[in-house]
Design a protein around this ligand. Structure first.
Ligand SMILES: [Zn+2]
Length: 287
């Protein structure tokens, strides 16, 4: 007994307090053994959401389902990065963590603030909203369905990048999604090719200039409405000052991805479970 007390006394003198030694080491071991598998490296899967509603419909999902998706990302060891981290990686100026995902929301529904932003902020996660600027310009006067400038400012100061989904190009000239003729990819009746190119360029430039003025931040990314684009759209966007175009191609971003055709996967869909989301991300990350 005397011997044991002597050993304890020597131990305490040498290493300080006993409880600190006991507590720190086991915790460290637990965190090591609980590490998640690495599904993929040097890639990012960019997720696309639209709207959040209490009744699911098309690309509107419930706030609960969004939370379940985020819970899954956290529990399964996915690392949520910003689009900027991805573009730095593309430019060879940064690295991506294993299992990288990014969260984007299209159209600028007010629920992107009341649900999307609030859920991401709780977890200190970044995100991106692609906004239709004409709707934001009219928010609060004609309707309260869309994000207003104050909400965009709050989000942009809190880790949510605000990017362009065009000024007013979210429409079809003929037909409907997915087979119709979209405003961005189709010439109007009697419109010359030059006038068509000028029309889409002017829309994209207007959106970028208004956003930069109101938010005082660079707007480098554009997501074509409905994911529909052609070479004219890419050229017009580049001329209007956008460096990155985010499409809806179901792939992961890799170092070989073209900055003007970056893929995203639409996962904010009715009945999409967290398990299905997990399988989708892993499949795309490993393809
Ligand atoms: Zn859209």
């Amino acid at each position: 007994m005397k011997g044991k007390l002597l050993i304890l006394a020597i131990f305490l003198i040498t290493f300080g307090t006993l409880p600190a030694c006991i507590e720190v080491n086991p915790l460290h071991k637990i965190s090591q053994t609980k590490s998640s598998p690495i599904y993929y490296k040097n890639r990012a899967v960019v997720l696309l959401y639209h709207n959040f509603k209490n009744k699911e419909c098309g690309t509107a999902i419930t706030p609960d389902r969004f939370e379940q998706h985020l819970d899954m990302l956290e529990a399964e060891g996915f690392k949520v990065v910003s689009l900027q981290e991805i573009t730095l990686f593309l430019n060879g100026k940064g690295t991506l963590p294993p299992n990288a995902v990014s969260i984007t929301m299209d159209d600028g529904h007010r629920s992107n603030y009341t649900v999307g932003y609030k859920s991401l902020k709780k977890r200190h996660w970044p995100g991106t909203v692609f906004v239709l600027i004409k709707n934001t310009e009219e928010a609060g006067t004609k309707n309260d369905q869309w994000l207003n400038w104050e909400q965009l400012r709050i989000m942009s100061r809190n880790n949510i990048a605000i990017m362009s989904h065009s000024f007013n190009g979210h429409q079809f000239i003929k037909g409907r999604y997915p087979s119709g003729d979209s405003w961005f990819t189709t010439r109007l009746p009697g419109e010359s090719q030059a006038d068509y190119q000028e029309r889409i360029y002017h829309d994209l430039l207007t959106a970028r200039l208004i956003m930069q003025k109101k938010l005082d931040l660079p707007v480098e990314s554009f997501a074509p409405p409905f994911g529909m684009y052609n070479q004219d759209v890419i050229r017009a966007a580049q001329k209007a000052g956008y460096k990155y175009i985010w499409t809806t191609a179901r792939q992961a971003v890799t170092s070989a991805s073209a900055p003007t055709e970056l893929p995203r996967v639409s996962v904010g869909r009715k009945n999409t479970t967290a398990q299905q989301l997990k399988e989708t991300i892993i499949a795309l990350g490993q393809r």
